[in-house]
Design a protein around this ligand. Sequence first.
Ligand SMILES: [Zn+2]
Length: 60
Amino acid sequence: MPIFEYRCTECGCNFEKLHKTTTEPKPACPDCGSWEIQKEFSTFSSVGPSTSGTGCNSGG
Ligand SMILES: [Zn+2]
């Protein structure tokens, strides 16, 4: 199930909402109850190359 991140433009708080379907209505701010919510793009932490340049050495 996708988790969408929302940010309240009223108080500025951000929260996550678990969506079962993609047709879920926009939630209200759990902090102030405002409907001025902006959808944020969730950031997926992809496993990439580390900062250290120690890759797999192909020893022949
Ligand atoms: Zn709010």
